[in-house]
Write a protein that binds this ligand. Structure first.
Ligand SMILES: Cc1ncc(COP(=O)(O)O)c(C=O)c1O
Length: 367
């Protein structure tokens, strides 16, 4: 395979990387660069994993359930609105995106991607030797999609339209009215619409109920964000029933490990914990936004578990580096394709972490 045009995914920094580089004790590092649940998963997850590992009947030597059946049954039970649409699980939503790239894209096809957004849509497009068409959204419009012009870009060369709602790294959302018009136009040209709902729990708005009504809508979900299971790598998607048979043919066998399946099912059942996480997030987001605005930052509205703002002198790299030297990991979001200079993305932390972040920013020499 020639590597021309391929693009590497650049992840947020890890605690071990920063500990090694700056000599901090791992427990003193505040990791707010990757939008995980800062509380981790429900305590019931650890409990069931330990119990399972200690159970003599459990054997790590066996392959996991190839079709993730018990988790998928749990998902239908928790979200009956999915109705007659199909559900698949994967090794993170990233893995499902890879499978969809294999299933839906051929060389010289095109995909339509609003930017700035999550970089992986471009990456899988390039793997397939297809061509991404980027549609710029602008800071001056608070990154709102210009719907009329976006619709005009959905031509018969486009095979997949990627939508991220709420969007990473801007935090804004699309209305159902907008999504519906995109679906209708895409249907006319034979394109699928992938709606990424990695952060939908924070916006309290999901469109998994619409997949049964649109034969071209696929909704991606993850256990990495509010469910706190990023390290186990597990995601899921709702797809039209007609796609399931072919999806199974291109899916990697045994793509989700047995501990992740068990953890995800358990996490899903503890909705009380999810509510607690959402409340903490909302409180923390209001605090950070208010405090950063008091310090003169331009902070964008966010329907997620992160906020984005412009660094002083539009120097996102320098600002994030300054925070790193104090043990705080934030994301230089100006590196996302189509991002404005200076864009910084910060995950909402615990109350203590948020206070520490604000105190640190107040003391930075660049403020
Ligand atoms: C918008 C968006 N989609 C998908 C993912 C990846 O999800 P997963 O961890 O399930 O692969 C992320 C991770 O940051 C994300 O921000």
């Amino acid at each position: 395979m020639s590597d021309s045009g391929l693009k590497e995914y650049i992840p947020g920094k890890s605690i071990s990387e920063v500990a090694k580089q700056y000599g901090f004790a791992a427990e003193n590092i505040i990791k707010l660069g990757s939008n995980e649940n800062v509380l981790g998963p429900s305590p019931k997850v650890k409990e069931i994993l330990l119990k399972t590992l200690n159970n003599a009947g459990f054997n790590l030597g066996y392959y996991p359930d190839a079709m993730s059946e018990s988790l998928i049954a749990g998902i239908y039970e928790q979200f009956p609105e999915i109705g007659s649409a199909a559900v698949v699980a994967g090794n993170g939503m990233d893995h499902i995106l890879e499978c969809l790239g294999r299933l839906l894209l051929e060389p010289n096809d095109k995909t339509l991607i609003h930017v700035p957004t999550f970089d992986y849509y471009e990456i899988i497009t390039r793997w397939a030797k297809a061509e991404p068409v980027f549609f710029q959204t602008h800071l001056k419009d608070n990154f709102k999609l210009d719907l009329e012009n976006f619709l005009a870009q959905i031509t018969d060369k486009i095979k997949v339209v990627f939508l991220c709602c709420p969007n990473n790294p801007t935090g804004n959302i699309l209305s159902w009215l907008e999504i519906e018009q995109i679906l209708i136009k895409a249907e006319k040209v034979g394109a699928k619409v992938f709606l990424d709902e990695a952060y939908s729990e924070f916006a309290q708005k999901s469109y998994i109920d619409q997949v049964q009504n649109f034969s071209n809508l696929i909704v991606g979900k993850t256990f990495s964000k509010v469910y706190g299971l990023a390290s186990l790598r597990i995601g899921w998607a709702v797809l039209p029933k007609q796609l399931l048979e072919n999806y199974r043919k291109i899916q990697t066998p045994f793509n989700v490990n047995s501990l992740a399946l068990l953890a995800a099912k358990t996490a899903l059942e503890d909705q009380e914990y999810i509510q607690k996480s959402l409340e903490l997030n909302l409180k923390g987001k209001n605090f950070l936004k208010t405090e950063l605005e008091k310090l003169g930052f331009n902070v964008f509205e966010s329907q997620t578990n992160f906020i984005s703002f412009l660094a002083p002198s539009k120097d996102a790299k320098g600002f994030c580096l300054n925070l790193l030297t104090k043990g705080i990991i934030a994301r230089n979001a100006s590196l996302f394709r189509g991002s404005p200079d200076g864009l910084v993305r910060l995950t909402i932390g615990t109350e203590t972490q948020n206070h520490k972040v604000i105190e640190t920013i107040k003391n930075l020499s660049c403020k």
